[in-house]
Design a protein around this ligand. Structure first.
Ligand code: GRF
Length: 192
């Protein structure tokens, strides 16, 4: 059994998509949902799908090993960041080297770094008159959006696009590719 913890700060549409995708695979279990916001809509998925949820605070996350211990207690193999806004501390990065993946709603290395999330990214893409945007799935290291890139997919942007239509296009790419890429990583892990 491969156990996944999803870390998310917001509404959790990617988390939902990943949970639904892996319902068809009995060797993969979404074991935990971890959020830094106690009222984040993503936490509702816990009740809906019978997945344990954990709310973390800054002190525990950055100054203690509590989150790491929780992951170990649940035998977590992979951590998936799906709209998680806090930087991952080095104790987790080290313990889960190449086992923490993030999705970023742009084509890194463009539009990454602290503060570049959600509509901030799509507003910046629009302001730059880019003709394409997309998604980047990457390993997580101690710096925002700088880990090795695993996968990218792009979508065209026309002059008529607004930041919100760009966001829609990017979300479609996220839903299509993120679970599949996670699945591939899991299968590679199993064949190691
Ligand atoms: C997604 O756009 C993802 O790329 C980014 O945060 C957003 C999360 O959206 N990292 P949701 O909470 O999954 O709906």
């Amino acid at each position: 059994m491969v156990r996944i913890a999803i870390f998310a700060s917001g509404r959790g549409s990617n988390a939902l998509n990943i949970i639904k995708y892996f319902q068809d695979y009995n060797y993969v279990k979404i074991e935990l949902i971890v959020s830094n916001k106690k009222d984040a809509p993503v936490l509702n998925l816990g009740k809906q799908f019978d997945i344990q949820t954990v709310v973390i605070n800054r002190k525990h996350f950055y100054k203690t090993n509590r989150v790491l211990e929780k992951l170990k207690a649940h035998q977590i193999d992979y951590v998936v960041l799906a709209g998680f806004l806090w930087l991952v501390p080095s104790n987790l990065v080290k313990a889960y080297s190449n086992r923490i993946v993030n999705i970023h709603p742009a084509l890194l290395p463009k539009y990454g770094g602290k503060g570049m999330y959600g509509m901030n990214v799509h507003n910046a893409v629009k302001a730059a008159n880019d003709t394409a945007s997309g998604i980047t799935i990457h390993y997580v290291n101690e710096h925002y959006d700088e880990g090795n890139i695993i996968f990218q997919a792009s979508c065209p942007i026309t002059p008529d696009d607004t930041p919100s239509t760009i966001a829609q296009k990017v979300h479609e790419l996220e839903y299509k590719h993120f679970p599949v890429v996670i699945h591939q990583l899991i299968d590679e892990l199993a064949s190691e």
